[in-house]
Design a protein around this ligand. Structure first.
Ligand SMILES: C[S@@+](CC[C@H](N)C(=O)[O-])C[C@H]1O[C@@H](n2cnc3c(N)ncnc32)[C@H](O)[C@@H]1O
Length: 314
């Protein structure tokens, strides 16, 4: 097996890899049923698969057909001889529960998420995720879905645009940028990352502003926050006792959702008529989020904003 900490498959370097292996146990005795919700280039998966044994089940999800079709044959080639049952599903993790049930899988012993996009998405400019390349304004992880970033930019009202820029980009210039977008689109559709970048530059020259607006559009196009919340709740439902859930996120909006769900904040607010709160389902194993070391950030600057949280089903 390759040295995972130094190797990047097609440009993607795994984040918080050692911490993940430390917090995410694989049983040497009982059957493991493990879900990788965001397979990507499969580096985290390799670390897990190399510990799994005959009779275990591994299911890898990725919404992106291109990532999945690159990684699936590599992992099948490396691990199917071990007698591990491997399943690869091209779908959004929001559909995880029903897709697993279709396969007769009703309970899992572990699940992990490595959110955000793979470096591949950013480096292959034509997907429209990055303002560093001129490309169609697309931003879909799952290219079979209808909503593209250009649809959002060209059809949402000024108020809707301002709301998503504020909520998902937390950008202080949201009102100005949404006004200018609506004004500019009177003279023709905004269809490329370059057109959008130039419009944003008329309000702010700082790359940070572009980054926030692009992030907001990506979150909207892929319903990222809603899907994350739904999927985490389904995952916790499906986890067997002692099963682990490990989540790596890359921005505060995601981490807020992960923290809220793994700490079971909602339950703390619910009381029955006797004033009792519902029983906890999870034991939080990371009181504070795990973050990359200075060494990891030096090797892989993209890891800088990563935070990981882990919990165990009681
Ligand atoms: C950061 S990468 C994962 C990297 C992976 N852990 C590795 O070691 O190579 C995230 C992957 O998740 C996929 N993805 C993002 N959101 C998703 C979702 N809601 N459902 C399924 N896959 C998703 C992306 O297409 C991307 O391939």
């Amino acid at each position: 097996m390759s040295d995972i900490s130094d190797v990047s498959l097609s440009g993607h370097i795994s984040v918080l890899y050692q911490e993940f292996l430390e917090y995410f146990p694989i049983s040497t005795e009982k059957q493991n049923v493990i879900v990788d919700a965001t397979l990507g280039m499969g580096w985290h998966a390799r670390g897990i698969l190399s510990q799994m044994k005959k009779g275990d089940i591994f299911i890898g999800f990725d919404a992106d057909i291109r990532n999945l079709s690159r990684v699936q044959p590599v992992l099948e080639n490396e691990f199917s001889q071990k007698g591990i049952q491997l399943h690869f599903i091209r779908d959004n993790f929001v559909h995880m529960k029903s897709r697993l049930e279709e396969k007769g899988i009703h309970a899992i012993t572990g699940i992990y998420y490595d959110l955000w996009l793979s470096s591949l998405h950013v480096d292959e400019g034509e997907r429209g995720f990055s303002f560093r390349y001129d490309a169609p304004l697309d931003m879909r992880f799952d290219t079979s879905l209808p909503l593209r970033a250009s649809d959002v930019v060209n059809t949402y009202s000024q108020k809707q645009l301002q709301d998503i820029f504020q909520k998902y980009g937390e950008d202080p210039q949201s009102a100005k940028i949404s006004h200018i977008i609506v004004e500019k689109r009177h003279s023709g559709k905004i269809l490329t990352t370059k057109q959008l970048s130039e419009i944003i530059e008329t309000v702010s020259p700082f790359p940070k502003t572009k980054m926030r607006i692009f992030q907001a559009l990506r979150i909207e196009v892929n319903s990222e926050l809603h899907n994350l919340e739904t999927s985490l709740l389904h995952a916790i439902d499906m986890l067997q006792s002692e099963g682990h859930i490990f989540v790596i996120s890359f921005h505060s909006l995601e981490d807020r959702i992960v923290k809220h769900i793994l700490r079971e904040e909602k339950k703390k607010q619910q009381k029955d008529i006797f004033g009792n709160t519902p029983q906890k389902q999870l034991q939080l194993l990371t009181k504070k989020p795990l973050i990359p070391t200075t060494e990891e950030i030096q090797k892989n600057p993209r890891s800088k904003s990563a935070k990981a949280r882990c919990a165990k089903k009681i």
